[in-house]
Design a protein around this ligand. Structure first.
Ligand code: E4P
Length: 219
């Protein structure tokens, strides 16, 4: 399963990339707005750090403008995947972009039907937002199960990218369901490494070693 970081923050991306298991990055206009840097420069900077797909979102909502924006973003760096909102014009734009071999990440997916449309249009990734569904008392992970099954039934190559993740259980469930990718805010990525029993166990091992280390060294 691929791990993407869901942020436009350079420090967070550097810290995660440094560990060596980061496969890509997703951004959205809200995340980019926080960074207060020129958009294309920021996207280029992220692409130079991460050796994998970097999603950058178009902000137009009309077909021709979306295609034009997408072409410009794709030209910024070979790592760019153009993020397109799951609206009618967005699907139409994806059909054109996929023929031009411009990779797309179809975003803001909240039900299986439009996920099927995105796959038919040739999307590279579909991004169902599980946390935002949970927030309104729906089962976000049930949507993942449905999309994975639909794509398997017809052999669509579109990858299921679990977005809007909120906790480690989302990541485990995504892996059990066979989702291709999870994208994680830095705080969640960081939390995946922690287990209190690991910390407790390591402390005990090192304390036991400390008690006898001089004897073992001279033996
Ligand atoms: C996905 O690509 C989005 O950027 C993101 O996961 C949205 O997450 P949020 O619901 O926490 O804003």
């Amino acid at each position: 399963m691929k791990f993407f970081l869901d942020t436009a923050n350079i420090d967070e991306i550097r810290k995660a990339a440094d560990i060596g298991i980061l496969d890509g990055v997703t951004t959205n206009p809200s995340l980019v707005a926080k960074e207060k840097k020129p958009f294309e420069e920021l996207v280029y900077e992220i692409c130079e750090i991460v050796n994998g797909p970097v999603s950058a979102e178009v902000v137009s909502t009309e077909f021709e403008a979306m295609v034009e924006d997408a072409r410009k973003l794709a030209a910024v760096h070979e790592h760019v995947v153009v993020k397109i909102p799951l609206i009618r014009d967005g699907i139409k734009a994806v059909t054109v972009l996929s023929k031009e071999e411009i990779r797309t990440n179809v975003s803001l997916c909240f039900s299986p039907m439009p996920a099927l449309l995105a796959a038919k249009a040739g999307a590279t990734y579909i991004s169902p937002f599980v946390g935002r569904l949970d927030d309104i008392s729906h089962d976000g992970m049930e949507l993942i199960q449905q999309i994975v099954l639909i794509y398997e039934n017809y052999g669509y190559p579109t990858e299921v990218l679990v977005a809007s993740t909120r906790n480690p259980q989302h990541v485990i469930d995504a892996a059990l369901m066979g989702a291709d990718v999870v994208t994680l805010p830095y705080k969640l990525f960081d939390a995946l490494f922690n287990h209190p029993l690991t910390d407790k166990g390591l402390k005990a091992f090192l304390a036991d070693w400390e008690k006898v280390k001089d004897v073992l060294a001279s033996a």
